[in-house]
Design a protein around this ligand. Sequence first.
Ligand SMILES: Cc1cc2nc3c(=O)[nH]c(=O)nc-3n(C[C@H](O)[C@H](O)[C@H](O)COP(=O)(O)OP(=O)(O)OC[C@H]3O[C@@H](n4cnc5c(N)ncnc54)[C@H](O)[C@@H]3O)c2cc1C
Length: 367
Amino acid sequence: MQTVCEKSKCSGCMACVDICPKNAVRIEDTIREYNAVIDSDLCVNCGACHKVCQQNNPPEFRKPILWKQGWAEDSAVRAASSSGGFAAALELAFVRSGGVVCSCAHVGDDYGFIFAHSEDEVKRFAGSKYVKSNPAGAYKEIAKLLKSGSKVLFVGLPCQAAAARNYTRDHENLYTVDLICHGSPSPKVLASFLEDYNMKISDLGCAKFREGMGFRLNTAEKPFNVPAITDTYTKAFLSATSYTENCYSCRYARIERVSDITIGDSWGSELGSEQMRAGISIALCQTEKGISLLNNSGLCLFDVDLDHAVSCNHQLESPSEPSPQREMFISGMESGEKFKKVAGKCFPTQNLKNKIKRVLYVLHIKR
Ligand SMILES: Cc1cc2nc3c(=O)[nH]c(=O)nc-3n(C[C@H](O)[C@H](O)[C@H](O)COP(=O)(O)OP(=O)(O)OC[C@H]3O[C@@H](n4cnc5c(N)ncnc54)[C@H](O)[C@@H]3O)c2cc1C
């Protein structure tokens, strides 16, 4: 098998798929790992895929030059977001100034990337989706937009932001925002979890993976669990059990970043528990472009101690360590066992606690 980058190191950024003039590259997702596989019958050895690959050729990393915490001035924007609403505020300001935003949204049976030209379209980006998203097609479109003179803001995971920079050769009209990221699982893991509820990813619509400090998968139509219970999909995600192999050696999990702005949660913030519940984001700016965006996006900004922020957010220092349950979880998923069964084996204590919580909830003893 000929691959674009070293086997098991592919992050699924899809830049190689977008750039190949012969459609000779496809991403193979085994749940355990992604690989960008080259079809040797179609390949003409042009080398474009190897060159654009951010795993082979990462763009320049830059140290933050400004760091702030805070939230979107507009309380509706903050409330609709996962954390303090920095992403949405930056995106809204960008389209108001005539630019185009490219970010992740639920599209059919995928978490793909779409383009927003208006404030209404930006609303589709709200919320963190704790699953590997699929930017295939996005870079090609970004390059076209840049060529036609548009300014484009790309918001995505660090590996995807790096890919956008590589694909466009650091075009001056490309602005990038990356999320602090502790890893992401294959969408097949999510599909397997949903299967136990007779659902597919396409049924998720405006599902939320998180509401403020409450990390659990929820849809308006079908709650997966009673309140106060973290579902097993989220448990596998938060415990670093379900990610694809590359995430555990992610080169972007460090303080030097590849985007103009990096955003995440301001864990450990001293701004108080009430603000924490409402959501506090952190932003690290690596470029003057980033600083200008941050200062003109309708944000309430406060100073933050960077060393303290890093100590509360390990992904700014090093990649996630695989949990002790990872091998059992991945082997179970690979062999096609039901998600419920695999999660039952991997998280027996949590399962027992959940059963008790559910009974207490049904008996109105616990909310
Ligand atoms: C897989 C994953 C892991 C994360 N890990 C951490 C972490 O360890 N520490 C931390 O502080 N923060 C982490 N975050 C970021 C965090 O969840 C919030 O997104 C961040 O705090 C910004 O919040 P917000 O309110 O500004 O924006 P949100 O409402 O969260 O919006 C975020 C923006 O990112 C885009 N986005 C959402 N999900 C994805 C995705 N899967 N792929 C690409 N783009 C996406 C959205 O379309 C939107 O434009 C992670 C996010 C993801 C998706």
